[in-house]
Design a protein around this ligand. Structure first.
Ligand SMILES: [Zn+2]
Ligand SMILES: [Zn+2]
Length: 406
C-alpha cells in the first residue's frame, strides 16, 4: 500500500485531494528553513529590546486592529499593561522598525510578546502573521502553510528574495505567493475532499514554480529534493514510507476534523474519507509494527553475534594473559637461579681471596726466616773469612819461619 496513493481512496478525486495536501506539506517544509534564516537576519537588524516592556506598554490605546475602547480596554487591562514609553528608550524604536517592515504598516501586535523580542526571533515573525489564531505559535515548524506564506507577503524584508514583485498592483495578476496561499486555503477548507486531475496538475505546477524561483530558493540544495518529491507525487511514483504516509494521513485527518467542526452540518463526503483515512492509518501502523518487529529481531540476532564475538575475544585475551603470567614466572625463577649462582661465585671469590691472604702471610713469614738464615750465613761467612785470614796469616808466619830456616 505504501506509496501507491492512486488506490488509497474509493474516489479518484479524493486521491488527488490527498496528494494536494501532501504537496502543500512538502512545500511548507522546504520553505521553513529559508523563512526562518531570513527572519533571523531581520531579527539582528531591528535592534535589541530591554526585555521589560510588554507589547501592551508599547501600543497606544486605542490601536486599530488591537483595541477600541480606551475607557475599558480588554487589551490594556491592568496597571502594569498600560501604554508608556520604554524606560530604556529602546523598545519604541524596535517597534517602529518592525512596523516599517510591514507592507500595510499594521503588524499583528496581538500575536506577539515584546518582552521576548530579544531572545526569540519568531516573536518578531509573528507580527507579520494574520491577526488571529497564532498567539501560541512558537516556531516556523509550528506555523501553518497559510501563516508562512503570509509572512512572505506581509514582511517587506522578503521583497528582495524573489524574482517577482510580492505586491503587484492592478492590472498585474496576483503574485505566485498569493496564488499558492489561496491553493492552501482551498485544500484545507474543502467540504468535499475532491480535487480534479487538472487542478492537481496546476497546484503542483504553482508550488514547483515557487520552489524554483531563481533569486533564493533555486539555490537551496533542499529545494531540489522537494521538487523531486513533487514530481513523484504528480507521476504517482512510489516514494512514501509507511511512517511518512502515516504523518500525511494524520495531517489530512486533522484538516477534515476541523472542517467538520466548523461546518454546521457534517459533510457526508468528509465522513467517508475520514473512515478511509482511519483504515489506512491502521494499515500503516501495522506495517510500521511489522517492520519494527523485524528490526528488533535483526538487532537481537546481531546483538547475540556481537556478544559471542566479545566472549571469544575475552577468552583469547584471558589465555594470552595466563601465558604471559607463566612466562613472567619462568623468567623470575631463572633470575633467582642466576642470583643464587652469582652469590655462590662471590663466596668462592671471597674464600679464594682469604686463602691468598693467608698464603701471602706465610710467604712473608718465610721471607723473614730466609732473611734470618741469610744473616746467619753472612755471619758464618764472616767467621770463615776471619778464620781463613787467620789461617793465611799463620801460613805466612810459617813460610817466613821456613824461609828463615832454610
Ligand atoms: Zn487598549
Ligand atoms: Zn523597553
Amino acid at each position: 500500500m505504501a506509496g501507491n496513493l492512486d488506490d488509497m481512496f474509493s474516489n479518484k478525486n479524493t486521491c488527488n485531494w490527498f496528494k494536494a495536501s501532501i504537496a502543500l506539506i512538502i512545500t511548507k517544509q522546504e520553505l521553513e528553513k529559508f523563512v526562518d534564516s531570513e527572519i533571523q537576519k531581520m531579527h539582528a537588524n531591528v535592534g535589541r529590546v530591554c526585555g521589560n516592556c510588554f507589547t501592551e506598554n508599547l501600543i497606544k490605546c486605542p490601536t486599530c486592529g488591537v483595541c477600541r475602547n480606551a475607557k475599558s480596554c480588554s487589551f490594556h487591562n491592568s496597571p502594569g499593561l498600560l501604554p508608556r514609553p520604554c524606560p530604556m528608550k529602546i523598545c519604541d524604536q524596535v517597534k517602529q522598525n518592525i512596523a516599517s517592515h510591514h507592507r500595510y504598516s499594521n503588524p499583528s501586535w496581538k500575536n506577539t510578546r515584546a518582552e521576548l523580542w530579544a531572545t526569540n526571533h519568531w516573536e518578531i515573525a509573528k507580527c507579520y502573521l494574520p491577526p488571529d489564531g497564532y498567539t501560541d505559535v512558537a516556531s516556523v515548524q509550528g506555523t501553518d502553510f497559510n501563516g508562512v506564506i503570509s509572512i512572505l507577503l506581509n514582511c517587506t524584508h522578503f521583497d528582495t528574495c524573489f524574482s517577482f514583485s510580492n505586491a503587484p498592483s492592478s492590472p498585474y495578476p496576483e503574485c505566485i505567493l498569493t496564488q499558492v496561499r489561496q491553493i492552501g486555503r482551498d485544500v484545507r477548507h474543502t467540504s468535499s475532499c475532491q480535487v480534479a486531475d487538472s487542478d492537481l496538475k496546476n497546484i503542483i505546477l504553482k508550488l514547483k514554480s515557487l520552489l524554483t524561483d531563481p533569486v533564493s530558493l533555486a539555490n537551496d540544495p533542499n529545494a531540489s529534493s522537494a521538487i523531486n518529491t513533487l514530481r513523484k507525487l504528480k507521476n504517482n511514483t512510489q516514494f512514501i514510507t509507511p511512517d511518512e504516509l502515516l504523518d500525511h494521513l494524520k495531517d489530512a485527518q486533522q484538516i477534515l476534523v476541523k472542517v467538520n467542526d466548523q461546518s454546521e452540518r457534517v459533510s457526508k463526503e468528509v465522513d467517508t474519507v475520514l473512515l478511509e483515512i482511519d483504515t489506512h492509518m491502521k494499515q500503516c501502523l501495522q506495517q510500521i509494527d511489522e517492520r519494527e518487529n523485524e528490526a528488533r529481531e535483526r538487532i537481537s540476532k546481531e546483538g547475540k553475534e556481537v556478544l559471542a564475538h566479545i566472549e571469544s575475544h575475552r577468552l583469547a585475551s584471558a589465555k594470552m594473559i595466563t601465558e604471559k603470567e607463566n612466562e613472567v614466572k619462568q623468567k623470575a625463577l631463572q633470575t633467582e637461579k642466576i642470583a643464587r649462582e652469582v652469590h655462590q661465585k662471590a663466596q668462592e671469590i671471597e674464600y679464594t681471596a682469604h686463602n691468598v691472604e693467608i698464603h701471602a702471610a706465610n710467604v712473608f713469614q718465610h721471607t723473614l726466616t730466609i732473611d734470618k738464615k741469610a744473616q746467619e750465613i753472612g755471619n758464618n761467612i764472616e767467621i770463615i773469612e776471619q778464620k781463613l785470614n787467620e789461617t793465611k796469616m799463620t801460613n805466612n808466619d810459617l813460610d817466613i819461619e821456613g824461609n828463615t830456616l832454610t
